[in-house]
Design a protein around this ligand. Structure first.
Ligand code: MRU
Length: 339
């Protein structure tokens, strides 16, 4: 990583403190930077459900520390693994991290060994992000504008970010000169979290309404849409934050390239296609209210799927720490991630 890129690498939202977990409360950003402390796995499970911690890799890391907390307090491990696993359905990093902790337990790990495994999961994620940053940035022509969606940044990972890692590396290398972030209704990860990260790092960034994306692409101001992922199926179909799919359609229409950036822990070769991915439906209150204040007439109904699936055919590059898969297909995915 260049010095410039490392200057843009200061946020660590998931922190293990020897006997408890500290999480930066993402529900309150950017108006409040409040840290919460977690001492049992049930509270960590609730934090994942409530989006105190969110973003696929960060959810997996937090769950791994939840298993450590369960072991420290002598909680029934089968129950801890099952409850953590059920916290959210779409991001496969959650199941991946818990499977790693379960394998460790099956091998007879004590609490100290479980702690080392959780730390390894966290450290490997950071290393993957730095590597993907360099790989993804290399695809972008110097002086490009880019667009991102949701928050696939330091807050969503162990640090540095996946899509935002590529953006951080691309800005440092002079390849990216302008970033546009979609606000990402209803939870506003783009407006509240991505803009917080980009402004904090002094990266030239403009917020757009989600509905401004096609108009922006038509203007020629962006060369790439760069997003993270919650689960990548064996054929390259990619689940990510709701609205990603329509960005991919608009990008193809306007000749804008589409990049997915995700660590190998997001790749699920056991899921054949995007049709097999469980899409989380959340409380419609998230859609019917803004910042806790009701904005829609009482009695109104709503539908709140929080992820969608972008077909592989609309993706130009999947960037992982194992390498870049261009125009992904089952065969190209298999070449990197043996089934
Ligand atoms: O509901 P969220 O905020 O957990 O959704 C997050 C996303 O969709 C991210 O793009 C994805 O998890 C990748 S984070 C590196």
């Amino acid at each position: 990583m260049t010095n410039l890129a490392s200057a843009h690498d200061t946020i660590r939202a998931v922190q293990w403190r020897g006997d408890h977990l500290r999480l930066l409360d993402q529900r309150l950003l950017p108006t409040e930077e409040q840290w919460l402390e977690y001492r049992d796995f049930q509270a960590v499970t609730q934090a994942i459900k409530d989006l105190v911690v969110r973003g696929a890799p960060a959810i997996g890391i937090a769950a791994a520390w939840g298993v450590v907390l369960a072991a420290r307090h002598g909680a029934p491990m089968e129950q801890a693994l099952a409850e953590l696993r059920a916290a959210r359905p779409t991001a496969v990093n959650l199941m991946w991290a818990l499977d790693r902790m379960k394998a460790c337990l099956a091998a007879g790990a004590d609490t100290a060994a479980l702690e080392r495994e959780a730390q390894a999961i966290q450290d490997e994620d950071l290393a993957a992000n730095h590597h993907m940053g360099e790989l993804g940035a290399a695809l972008i022509a110097p002086g490009s504008g880019v667009m991102t969606h949701c928050n696939a940044g330091a807050l969503a990972t162990s640090g540095y970010g996946t899509a935002l890692g590529v953006i951080r590396a691309g800005v440092a290398a002079g390849r990216i000169n302008q970033v546009f972030a979609g606000e990402t209704r209803p939870w506003q990860q783009g407006a509240r979290l991505t803009m917080w990260e980009l402004v904090r790092d002094g990266i030239p960034a403009k917020l757009i309404a989600d509905s401004a994306a096609s108009h922006l692409m038509k203007s020629g101001a962006v060369k790439w849409v760069i997003v993270g992922a919650d689960r990548i199926a064996a054929n390259g179909d990619t689940a990510n934050k709701i609205g990603t799919y329509q960005l991919a359609i608009a990008a193809r229409h306007h000749g804008v390239k589409f990049m997915v950036v995700a660590p190998s822990s997001t790749v699920d070769m056991a899921t054949a296609t995007g049709d097999d991915i469980d899409i989380e439906l959340r409380d419609t209150a998230e859609l019917l209210s803004v910042a806790g204040r009701r904005t829609v007439v009482e009695g109104a109904q709503a539908w709140n799927p929080v992820f969608d699936v972008t077909p592989a055919s609309l993706i130009d590059a999947i960037v992982t720490e194992r390498g870049v898969i261009e125009q992904p297909t089952l065969a190209r995915m298999r070449a990197v991630f043996a089934a």
